[in-house]
Design a protein around this ligand. Structure first.
Ligand code: PMV
Length: 362
């Protein structure tokens, strides 16, 4: 059992140098969804995601000796170069929660600059990109101060663990192309504590898959993911969900290895329906789909039937639609999106994205 708590990670206060660390980290899209958690942000079922490319966060962490004797974490946080109180409070709470792992965080001063490649108001869940970028910066900081994370595998595992504590799904963004989070017999070394990379198992057709994100609504969601996970505790269908998802995981991994796009698409869409079905079956029930979401889904089905092109959709915990398809069909699918689907998007906005190579230190 991994235990990262370490009271020895302390610096000698008058010997702290100043420095700067920068990471770019992408968002990810779950193919098998994490929905429902227990304990300290641990998943009730295994999930697998594609790591994305165009939707990312860039985070710069500046550190130096602490100039005040204020106890606890001392951090200044800027989002797109502007102070942002709700985000800053969240980051301070997160860093404070990490003190048993990184006690040195109360001995230094931090300034964090964060910016997204996509507009914050686009209704895109940015926490996966943001929390993974910050976790990577913290692991680099540990390595700079103590030289304790020179092994790449250990570095990624710890970054994934720390990212998970910030936002569950963020732990999967650490890895190139695909990642599994949550214990499953299907993947050796899989864990509830951190994600493991799975990109090397993908059939080549999936390694270059597209995921175009249609922004149906830019409004803040009525029910947050945090509240949604919580509602799974008393959902009468949650046990059935956790039982069926194991079988789906097995089928999804088989499809991803074999390049079986039809099986992939079948499970992908069932997962999207299940996620939103569980929301509708919660107490109280809620609905995050919008009329535009439903219209796009119907159009996608019709397009697939008529053109015999493997275009499939999935959904996050919101109304926006992710369209997944092989690179070889990009011209015809992108023309279809522009001609037939953008009318359902908020101000015609969409983010063309694809499977990506994971985070990058800048
Ligand atoms: O990481 P959270 O707490 O924002 O939850 C994300 C949940 C889904 O996006 C709906 C599914 C997933 O596995 O990413």
């Amino acid at each position: 059992m991994v235990d990262y708590n370490n009271p020895n990670l302390l610096v000698t206060p008058n010997k702290v140098r100043s420095g700067k660390i920068e990471w770019r980290s992408p968002s990810n899209i779950a193919l098998i969804k994490y929905w429902g958690k227990y304990g300290q942000q641990l998943p009730c079922n295994p999930s697998i995601s594609f790591t994305l490319d165009a939707a990312y966060t860039e985070t710069t962490l500046e550190y130096g000796p602490k100039m005040t004797d204020k106890p606890g974490v001392s951090v200044d946080f800027l989002f797109h170069n502007q102070h942002n109180k709700p985000f800053a409070d969240k980051i301070e709470r997160y860093l404070t929660s990490l003190l048993p792992i990184y006690p040195f965080l109360s001995q230094i001063e931090l300034t964090i600059f964060s910016s997204n490649s996509f507009p914050h108001s686009a209704g895109i869940a940015s926490s996966a990109a943001a929390m993974s970028a910050l976790a990577l910066c913290l692991c680099s900081l540990e390595d700079e101060l103590f030289g304790t994370l020179s092994d790449d595998k250990q570095f990624d595992q710890k970054a994934s663990y720390l990212a998970r504590l910030g936002s569950g799904s963020a732990c999967r963004s650490i890895y190139s192309k695909a990642a599994i989070w949550g214990e499953t017999q299907e993947a050796q070394e899989s864990s509830d504590l951190y994600a493991v990379g799975w990109g090397h198992h993908l059939h080549p057709i999936f390694a270059t898959f597209h995921d175009d994100i249609l922004i149906i609504s830019k409004e803040e969601k009525g029910v947050s993911s945090t509240a949604g996970h919580k509602l799974m505790d008393d959902n009468p269908y949650s046990e059935t969900r956790y039982m069926t998802v194991q079988g789906r995981m097995k089928q999804m991994l088989a499809a991803l290895k074999a390049g079986d796009i039809e099986l992939f698409g079948d499970i992908l869409e069932k997962e999207a329906y299940s996620l939103h079905g569980l929301m509708m079956l919660s107490n109280p029930p809620y609905l995050l789909l919008r009329p535009g979401t439903v219209s796009v889904i119907e159009k996608v089905h019709e397009f697939r039937r008529t053109n015999k092109i493997p275009l499939y959709f999935t959904l996050d915990a919101g109304p926006n639609v992710h369209l997944l398809y092989p690179d070889l069909h990009k011209e015809v699918v992108q023309a279809f999106i522009k001609n037939e689907l953008l009318r359902y998007c908020s101000e015609g906005s969409y983010i063309p994205d694809k499977v990506g190579n994971g985070p990058k230190q800048l």
